[in-house]
Design a protein around this ligand. Structure first.
Ligand code: C2E
Ligand code: CA
Ligand code: CA
Ligand code: CA
Length: 279
């Protein structure tokens, strides 16, 4: 048993070393990719149920790797976060998303807001507010049309630091959205103190509509509460007509998911904007 334990231990460390060296490789690849601007954005529409039109877009990053093709953010954002590279990457993303938001707006002839994901590390960057101010100036995007998506756990982990940051962003005219709502440990009583414009109900609660009664009860409780607090509710990951019908019946304001559209390239989106205008 003793030698077995030892073998396990050796196996374990070998695997850990492998993972560590993979991380290092990925880190140096990410640095190169940042210099070469290998990251691109996809945009997924958010549809307002009351207005029956696209009112917003969420920017979702992809790594266009020269050899490995398109890489999902799930495979590199965590390492970018751990190494701090997410800060620089995040600014590239913000700049691109704001530029594109101005373009889409011209194409559509109607205001649309752009929602950009902000990771915990980015949210703690003391230069965030100034950097965003500069990006808005350079791109000419109206601050009211920029929304930052921050996960529930990022906000709640350091609420003392989050609050002043949120107020500074609000002062700039930017909207804040709580991402992955329901997966963290936010106390609902905090919601009314936070300057948030919307919250996004996590896909895990949407997935099993109309089969999971618990999830459905949670959703109707959340929408009832947010209505009183004047916070908009976005349902993410809506894939079926049944899910849409349930959400519409329960005062959900905005819908995002494959049912309407997957995330698409700026080019595809621009083509769709032109089609919508011509209809
Ligand atoms: P998230 O912010 O919760 O984004 C929603 C994810 O759900 C996206 O995955 C989106 O493509 C996917 N999705 C949308 N509709 C549906 C649907 O109907 N069904 C299913 N199954 N999935 C749907 P994606 O693009 O792979 O992004 C994954 C995560 O990576 C994001 O989760 C976010 O945490 C992170 N991420 C993506 N882009 C960025 C970024 O620009 N910056 C940062 N910091 N993180 C990002
Ligand atoms: Ca998001
Ligand atoms: Ca989410
Ligand atoms: Ca359940």
């Amino acid at each position: 048993a003793k030698s077995e334990g030892r073998n396990n231990y050796q196996f374990f460390t070998a695997e850990m070393n492998l993972r560590a060296s993979e991380q290092l490789m990925l880190e140096s690849e990410l640095r190169h990719a940042l210099k070469r601007h290998e990251f691109s954005l996809r945009y997924q529409p958010q549809i307002s149920l009351s207005q029956g039109r696209v009112v917003g877009l969420e920017a979702l990053v992809r790594w266009e790797h020269p050899e490995r093709g398109t890489i999902s953010p799930l495979d590199f954002v965590p390492v970018a976060e751990e190494t701090g590279l997410i800060v620089e990457l995040g600014y590239q993303i913000l700049e691109q998303a704001c530029q594109d938001a101005v373009k889409f707006q011209h194409l559509l002839g109607e205001p649309v807001y752009m929602a950009v994901n902000i990771s915990p590390r980015q949210f703690r960057d003391i230069e965030l507010v100034e950097a965003i101010r500069a990006i808005l100036q350079r791109t000419g995007l109206n601050p009211h049309q920029l929304e930052l998506e921050i996960t529930e756990s990022t906000l709640m982990e350091q609420i003392d630091q989050s609050l002043p940051m949120m107020h500074d962003l609000e002062q700039l005219g930017i909207s804040l959205s709580i991402d992955d709502f329901g997966t963290g440990y936010s106390s609902l009583s905090y919601l009314k103190q936070l300057p948030v414009h919307s919250l996004k109900i996590d896909r895990s609660f949407i997935q099993e509509i109309p089969h999971d009664q618990d999830d459905m009860s949670i959703i109707s409780a959340v929408t009832a509460m947010t209505q009183k607090l004047k916070i908009a509710v976005v349902a993410e990951g809506v894939e079926t007509r049944e899910q849409l019908d349930f959400l519409a019946d329960h005062q959900c304001d905005l819908i995002q998911g494959y049912l309407f559209s997957p995330p698409v390239t700026a080019q595809e989106l621009a083509e769709r904007c032109v089609q919508i205008r011509q209809q």
